[in-house]
Design a protein around this ligand. Structure first.
Ligand code: DAH
Length: 347
């Protein structure tokens, strides 16, 4: 029996040394230390031995049991440690993976050109003001010397706004230009006035490569004593130099707008071909960029200014058109289609 115990111990320890995972170890435990194990049978049989042998065999059997228990516990701890390390290795996060670049926004080309135009006038002492896009007919037309039923109204195809609160229909419009701000500013301030007014305007018009029903304008107004057409020309030439280059030449020709007299259309020599004729200037060598003129005496009178004392000039341009000319963009709709390939060219 003692030999059997010794043999059992050697065999169990040898097998234990070869065990590599916890499931095997459990099987090993059942085989060697379980209820029905050889060792347990020996322990149970001790009672049948002669009393003199019981002590020795019992002692050896218990020693074998505690050696096996101790060794297997140690092995278990070892295997658990290995399993834990394997798990940690599996779950390891690779913090060296380069991050995805953060998508960085940028200004829309119309914001950029507006900023540039506004900055050119700010440098000349102009204030920036903004006004309502839903406007009174009175400001959009009447006080700009465009009475109801006047044929000049045909120039501005108008969206009328349905009104409530007892306001008669036809008195509220989506402003067709930023010029009504001339009236609002002159009513709210007294000369000297120098303002630049960027903002949106609307026209009831079909969309094509050069027209949108919703678009931007930048209005300008200067009113003071002794302002002349020379001031208008000097100011607008300074603007053209700032935005299109200091070598630009300007051309002023007569044009008609009811709220100015005389009225003018301003052109610059083509910055792309320097005046020799190209696609951008449609082979004319000149690019028309805005309407302008001396504020009409009737408009001044309408806001309570004495036209014998005060004079002024006004101008209005479309930043879409300025951007298209400056950057050679051939379709105004590109500004609104949100195509990143287009938008990302302007930084
Ligand atoms: N408001 C005009 C338009 O929308 C542009 C314009 C022309 C503005 C002459 C002015 C001006 O201030 O003096 O067509």
């Amino acid at each position: 029996m003692i030999e059997q115990l010794e043999e059992l111990k050697t065999r169990a320890l040898e097998e234990l040394a070869r065990i590599q995972d916890l499931d095997r170890l459990e099987e090993w435990r059942i085989t060697y230390l379980g209820k029905r194990s050889e060792l347990n049978q020996i322990l149970r049989g001790i009672g049948t031995l002669a009393p003199a042998d019981r002590r020795t065999v019992g002692q050896i059997a218990n020693d074998v049991k505690s050696v096996l228990e101790g060794e297997s516990a140690a092995r278990r701890a070892q295997l658990e440690q290995i399993a834990r390390e394997a798990e940690i290795a599996r779950e390891r996060v690779d913090v060296t993976l380069p991050p995805r670049p953060i998508a960085r926004g940028q200004c829309h080309p119309l914001s950029l050109i507006t900023e540039e135009i506004v900055a050119a006038f700010r440098a000349l002492g102009y204030d920036v003001v903004e006004g309502p896009e839903v406007e009174w007919d009175k400001y959009n037309f009447e006080m700009l010397n465009i009475p109801a039923e006047h044929p000049a109204r045909d120039v501005w195809d108008t969206f009328y706004v349905k009104t409530t609160d007892g306001i008669p229909q036809g008195q509220v419009v989506l402003r067709t230009h930023t010029s009504p701000m001339q009236i609002r500013v002159m009513q709210a301030r007294r000369p000297p006035i120098r303002v630049i007014v960027p903002g949106r305007a609307y026209r009831y018009e079909a969309t094509d490569a050069t027209h949108e029903s919703e678009f931007y304008q930048i209005e300008g107004l200067a009113v003071d004593e002794h302002i002349t057409m020379a001031d208008l020309k000097g100011t607008l030439t300074a603007f053209a130099h700032a935005v299109f280059g200091p070598e630009r030449r300007t051309r002023f020709r007569v044009d008609f707008f009811p709220f100015v007299e005389p009225g003018a259309e301003m052109a610059i020599d083509c910055h792309a071909c320097r005046g020799s004729g190209c696609r951008i200037c449609k082979n004319t060598g000149w690019i028309e960029i805005m309407g302008a003129g001396m504020v009409h005496p009737k408009v001044l009178e309408g806001v309570g200014y004495d036209p014998a004392k005060y004079t002024g000039f006004a101008f209005g341009m479309g930043p879409e058109r300025v951007a298209m000319l400056k950057y050679g963009i051939d379709d105004i709709r590109l500004f609104k289609t949100n195509d990143l390939r287009f938008l990302q060219q302007f930084r």
